[in-house]
Design a protein around this ligand. Structure first.
Ligand code: C2E
Ligand code: MG
Ligand code: MG
Ligand code: MG
Length: 281
């Protein structure tokens, strides 16, 4: 429905918008189908204990593998899922699949791992979050302390008091809570003290240039020291080089994650790797 409008700029603008809207609708429909057609898979990336160098957990990262097409990364479809509300069933599928997998690895006799799962804003604000987590833990018989939920600072911004209640309820279930991408949101240090958080994950943007950016070095060192002071665990994301690792080791970071150790891989691939490597421990 073209509006009569003489201004090219306006017409250009609406055209661009409707392309964006069409594209979004297309992705939304395909994503809805993907969820039903089981085109989503989880990959798992090891989390390493700095002291023992052992794998102590994995982070579940969702991928979309449309039949006969290349894998789509979550950066492309999580925002659409979030906007459309599809993130709620998608997020539930992720949590259930990850918890089932963690249980299966326990049953297979592998060393006990913490399963870290990302939550989205909508999921965090959903009335059903606590019930869903509780139900999935019961269903899969995964001990609550084997689950870690990754949240981001931006989730807490709007309703601080309500967020604290939600976090307390999650803690009461016995799950671990981590703040993901730490340092990129609006971190209020007051919240950190009031929130029942177990771990900070230093965002990979601060890790990337550790070797040559003095500011990033300062930020990373400060986050680690602050975590230590607040008795929180701290993990560095996106470690790719020995230089980055050296710095983080010198500053006594508790946990490591990154391509230097392992890329995110499908469950069977990780299991094979864990079997080979757990005998070394
Ligand atoms: P994130 O939770 O911060 O996950 C870490 C991201 O860094 C992952 O990207 C991982 O593959 C990547 N990564 C790990 N090590 C390295 C490294 O050494 N170098 C570099 N350059 N990257 C590394 P991925 O899998 O593409 O996921 C991107 C984001 O999408 C995640 O960031 C998370 O915010 C979101 N996401 C992924 N899976 C889920 C999910 O199941 N639910 C929700 N709500 N969000 C998810
Ligand atoms: Mg994460
Ligand atoms: Mg992150
Ligand atoms: Mg992220």
């Amino acid at each position: 429905q073209a509006k009569k409008d003489g201004r090219n700029t306006y017409r250009y603008h609406t055209a661009a918008l409707s392309i964006a809207a069409n594209e979004r609708l297309r992705v939304e429909n395909r994503l809805r189908h993907a969820l039903a057609a089981e085109e989503l898979v989880l990959h798992y990336q090891p989390l390493i204990d700095a002291r023992t160098r052992c794998v102590v957990g994995v982070e579940a990262l969702v991928r979309w593998q449309p039949l006969g097409e290349a894998i789509v990364s979550p950066g492309k479809f999580i925002p659409v899922a979030e906007e459309t509300g599809l993130i709620v069933p998608l997020g539930e599928w992720v949590l259930r699949t990850a918890c089932k997998q963690a249980r299966a690895w326990i049953d297979a006799g592998l060393p006990r791992l913490v399963m870290a799962v990302n939550l989205s804003v909508r999921q965090f604000q959903s009335e059903n979050l606590i019930g869903m987590v509780q139900r999935i833990l019961e269903e899969t018989q995964l001990p609550a302390n084997c689950l870690e939920l990754e949240l981001t600072e931006s989730m807490f911004m709007e309703q601080v008091e309500r967020s604290i209640k939600t976090l307390n309820k999650l803690k009461a279930l016995g799950v671990n809570l981590a703040i993901d991408d730490f340092g990129t949101g609006y971190s209020s240090l007051i919240y950190l003290k009031r929130f029942p958080i177990d771990k900070l994950k230093i965002d990979q943007s601060f890790v990337r240039d550790l070797a040559d950016d003095p500011n990033d070095r300062e930020i990373a060192a400060t986050i680690i020291a602050m975590a230590r002071g607040l008795k929180l665990n701290v993990l560095a994301e996106g470690i790719e080089s020995e230089q980055q690792l050296d710095f983080l080791r010198q500053h006594d970071c508790d946990y490591y994650q990154g391509y230097l150790f392992h890329r995110p891989v499908p469950a069977d691939e990780l299991e094979t790797w864990l079997r080979k490597n757990s005998t070394l421990q």
